[in-house]
Design a protein around this ligand. Sequence first.
Ligand code: 0XW
Ligand code: MG
Length: 367
Amino acid sequence: MRIDRINVYSAQLPVKNGVYRMASADVEALDSTLVEIVTDDGFAGWGETCPIGPVYQPHHALGARAAIAEIAPGLIGSEIASIRLLARQMNERLNGHGYAKAAFDMAFLDLLGQKLGVPVSTLLGGALTDRVPAYYSLIVGPPDETAKVAADKVKAGYPRLQVKIGGRDLEEDVAVVHKVWEAVGYKARLAVDGNRGMTVAAAMHLDRLCQAIPFVFEQPCNTMDEIATLKGRVTHPVYLDESTEDQNAVLRAISLGIADGFGFKVTRLGGLTKMTTVRDLCAIRSLPHSCDDAWGGDIIAAACVHLAATVEPRRMEGAWIAQEYIKGHFDQKHPVVIKQGHIAVPQRSGLGVKPEPGMFGKPGAMY
Ligand code: 0XW
Ligand code: MG
């Protein structure tokens, strides 16, 4: 199984019902990049990378496509056998840019899975479950309205909610946390996500003013150094998300003891293969984490779910997929869907999802 051709597509994913609002940015439409690797024996493997705009983290759609253009020509003719060899080949063509390499890593695993007749979860070490929990992300919004959506989502079966805060008056952030807690209580686990938008002082105030509410505090401040100063000064557990820019950042956060858990993004960490390392580091220290991506369609959703299935369920904080905010699916027959707040792990070989033929139009680039 050798790489014969690589097609690169873009797909526009408008946000269902308007705007997805975070402290760091408002987004209305996302530009996803898909790679299709076609092999000499007639298989097609898919990968995807979809930054949530250019501001959320140091990633952007055009950057992904420029990085792919550096890497792709060097992969033509390569054997799909050793993922490590393919990773080395990518590193020989381009330093860094893990979020672009992640799309290739997904496609390699998709192909290898199809060739061996096993789902990607098996290649990642093996599934521990056939159904993973999702979580619902409540955008920055007015307290009463947010609490109402929170109650509805708990009724719909979500075991965990993420409440977005930051980028506005502390008073409203404190109110939204209280209102959501009053609306759902212990029926769902809560994460409060500042998306880098708070000062250390604001984070400390919010922590104290919501003292009795059991939530985890996700990425309250911009840098890992700022978050490190919260240690011993806040009582809520602190999780890192955007600060985990690569495997080394995760290792540093764990060794400094400044993270009680993580919101992991598959593409930010450089792909599924690299995610297995941070998954295993977290297992060593009993640290909970999610398996998400910033955005994306069925390809990224499938990747997150395969990985999530390999995480010890008691430490699995959920797989966030963008499905609730996207219209339609790439794969009509085997879409990745949230049902009662959970997602079935694809059982077919490879990623288990295939975009409908021709749905992305002509490739933007071909190698
Ligand atoms: C909820 N998410 C996984 C989706 C958006 O990309 C933001 C992100 C987060 O936790 O920050
Ligand atoms: Mg987050």
